[in-house]
Design a protein around this ligand. Structure first.
Ligand SMILES: Nc1nc2c(ncn2[C@@H]2O[C@H](COP(=O)(O)OP(=O)(O)OP(=O)(O)O)[C@@H](O)[C@H]2O)c(=O)[nH]1
Ligand SMILES: [Mg+2]
Length: 366
């Protein structure tokens, strides 16, 4: 049987994981089996921990984006097929990645067309970020080379999905929809909230259509590589423990507040700062996210109870030197833990800039 392959792209923090979990729920409720594929430059992913917590089968592709590790993508799909036989694969590419039509969608269709029906390419946007990139609102944003990637992501979309509609006034929503439609006449534009569920059916309904057969876009790989290299990545996994039960939500909030303040002082633009805290006992999970330096850290999933021991995963992506991100985040985290008399022990930590994108395949035509 031919499986669906649905990829949802979009910049860091746009809401891809949240939306894919919604999509997974939607397909599951129709009796279809789903398998998720998460992707990042490195291991220790908040996203995988979130998907696992929801009980969906997931494969994590690390060490580069889908386009540069195309064979890992099909291997991951094969492993999922062996273990869970999904009818639908839901794939989340790295949020700093573009040119997915030419490097993933067309190669999948051409080389594996008997195995997968490739759905149209959705590109999710955070409306506040999009308003700044498109000049509809002033405020902090990324430097031009990072914005180049953002704009290329939009350009290749079949469906631009304005997410987080719950944060928009009607006027803001209309203004953003019009600006995107004017700029991207070939794309459909749909506005949803992955959080509240508003208009998700309007988007999901479009996924059963075909992948548009148009020439892939021109991409200046030097500019793309330079844009990616301006972004710093920090991934860390800690064991946390305390003799007294402590408030895990508060630990996350205080770490985020301290890191945010210090990065704001440095003038660093945060793309996505996310953390999960999973207690060793039970199935609960706390998740914290911050998607702009002048945004508000939020905890969409809170722990119901205090904990003694658990695992803390930290993923920080921001426009800054990764060594500086580490030099800010590690002492901030350790300082907060000390203040709360929580012991922290690092299990894995790395900081880096994404390497130059070198796609396995690139097909200019469908
Ligand atoms: N208000 C609001 N917040 C949302 C919505 N969808 C997602 N978010 C929040 O946006 C933040 C980022 O969501 P993620 O789903 O982790 O975003 P992502 O695109 O997967 O991020 P990366 O994997 O880092 O690129 C989280 O705080 C989500 O709870 C929405 O519809 N409304
Ligand atoms: Mg994600």
């Amino acid at each position: 049987m031919i499986a669906e392959y649905v990829m949802v792209g979009g910049f860091l923090g746009a809401g891809k994981t949240t939306a894919l979990l919604r999509l997974a729920d939607c397909f599951s409720s129709q009796g279809r089996r789903v398998g998720l594929i998460t992707n990042d430059q490195s291991q220790g992913l908040v996203d995988t921990s979130m998907v696992n917590a929801r009980g969906y089968p997931v494969e994590e592709i690390t060490g580069g984006c889908f386009c540069c590790r195309f064979n890992s993508l099909t291997d991951a799909a094969d492993r999922l097929t062996r273990d869970a036989r999904p009818d639908v694969f839901l794939a989340e590419p790295v949020g700093s990645c573009t040119d997915l039509r030419a490097t993933v969608q067309y190669p999948l269709r051409r080389l594996y067309g008997d195995d997968y029906r490739v759905a149209p390419l959705s590109v999710l946007v955070d409306p506040m970020r999009a308003r700044r990139v498109l000049g509809l609102e002033t405020g902090r944003t990324f430097s031009p080379k990072v914005q180049y990637i953002y704009e290329k992501q939009l350009e290749e979309a079949d469906i631009v999905v304005i997410n987080k509609s719950d944060l928009l006034s009607a006027e803001q929503r209309d203004g953003l929809e019009q600006a995107l439609k004017a700029r991207l006449p070939q794309a459909g534009v749909v506005t949803v909230s992955a959080r509240t569920g508003a208009n998700l059916d309007g988007w999901f309904g479009r996924l059963s259509g075909p992948l548009a057969s148009r020439a892939s876009m021109d991409v200046d790989y030097d500019e793309y590589a330079e844009g990616e290299a301006l972004l710093g990545w920090l991934n860390a996994t800690y064991r946390v423990s305390s003799t007294q039960p402590f408030d895990g939500n508060r630990l996350l909030q205080r770490i985020a507040d301290r890191v945010q303040q210090q990065l704001a002082d440095r003038g660093t633009e945060i793309a996505h700062f996310k953390m999960t805290l999973s207690p060793d006992t039970g199935n609960d999970l706390a998740v914290l996210n911050l998607v702009r330096t002048d945004g508000r850290a939020e905890i969409p999933h809170r722990l119901a109870e205090h904990l003694n021991d658990g695992e803390l995963i930290v993923n920080l992506r921001a426009e800054d030197d990764p060594a500086q991100l580490r030099a800010v985040a590690v002492p901030a985290l350790e300082g907060v833990a000390r203040d709360m008399t929580v012991g922290v022990k690092v299990e894995h930590i790395e900081h880096f800039r994404p390497g130059r994108p070198e796609p396995t395949h690139r097909m200019a035509m469908p």
